[in-house]
Design a protein around this ligand. Sequence first.
Ligand SMILES: O=C(O)C1=C[C@@H](OP(=O)(O)O)[C@@H](O)[C@H](O)C1
Ligand SMILES: C=C(OP(=O)(O)O)C(=O)O
Length: 420
Amino acid sequence: MTRTAKLTIIPPDKPLSGRAMPPGSKSITNRALLLAGLAKGTSRLTGALKSDDTRYMADALRAMGVSIDEPDDTTFVVTGSGRLQPPKAPLFLGNAGTATRFLTAAAALVDGTVIVDGDEHMRKRPIGPLVEAMRTLGIDATAETGCPPVTVKGTGRFQADRIRIDGGLSSQYVSALLMMAAGGDRPVDIELVGEDIGALGYIDLTTAAMKAFGAKVEKTSPVTWRVEPTGYRAADFIVEPDASAATYLWAAEVLTSGAIDLGVPADAFSQPDARAYDMIARFPQLPPEIDGSQMQDAVPTLAVLAAFNETPVRFVGIANLRVKECDRIRALSSGLNRILPGLAREEGDDLIVKSDPALAGKRLPAEIDSFADHRIAMSFALAGLKIDGITILDPDCVGKTFPAYWRTLAALGVTYQNKD
Ligand SMILES: O=C(O)C1=C[C@@H](OP(=O)(O)O)[C@@H](O)[C@H](O)C1
Ligand SMILES: C=C(OP(=O)(O)O)C(=O)O
């Protein structure tokens, strides 16, 4: 299929209203797929996300002998044998951080060699701390550049009482080790070391999913989890909608003074980005400082929203946005400055959005580079709801987590130009 080169958003002339369901959660779908794949028996995952990231996870599991049927657009039926088989070829995981990090650790449970690889963007995203932690357990894991590809020569077992991991660059390392640990021979304590971890809420998602698939995991201190060697049990599992995807709809609603029914209240989400709802609800009086550390994927949404706020906003606690799908701090500052020079600036790893409510209603033609990052494309589309002339380059990159994004906005009344 050819990719659309660009999409210009026509600001709607009335508030956006109607029903718009976000897709299933990427984070939860990819956890549930892996855990179901590690279990013996058949699991049925409903409400799941079907997108690039979950397709990479599902295809990798298929390559390791897991049978996965897809009876409809939101269901995976996963049958595992209780053991992953060595794949015949390297696992290619695109730019899916969850799939890449989770499968790197899970590869230790395979008796044979697994090569975990991704696209040119993933090959720049650090995985060294996870690989190092695995090596301290005697697992033969190597990543020459500190980024994928990673080669894991597993024996199907590992010996560990305690694993220390620095999750400062990515909480996904911790989640990956937790999910691996239930496949061990004895109880394992996993301890966070180093800098503060961003997005602790993702660890809660991991332990909740593990428990749903029969694992025993307990938080024994603010920085330690104990995992029993239970393995996993097949389960039927309902995936909740994606909170990060919901942030675009919440923001579209406040920006256009509309009424968008997501079909799920903000307090029903267990994902960290649902915290952004209370912040978005304060628009156009966002606070002068927003700590993005516990709602990282919502920062692009909030930063674009901040451009229309009554007063400037400084985003702090967002250093690891520099190692996401792209350097998001840079992508946000350059995109905002493309719309209006001086609208944003970086100070170290903080992002300061100057904000200008008078932007709304103006014609300011600007081509926004998505840097192949779904969240940059989706968040700058919000600017296009208020400013005439916003063009999103490579709009199809939303397929990573929200393939129906443009259709969802269209159903609410948004129209486009340049749709080739
Ligand atoms: O565990 C997860 O599902 C995720 C953790 C976060 O990444 P990091 O832990 O790399 O910050 C988040 O940005 C990502 O979209 C999903
Ligand atoms: C950071 C993200 O993804 P991942 O790390 O799973 O690739 C994201 O979806 O914003």
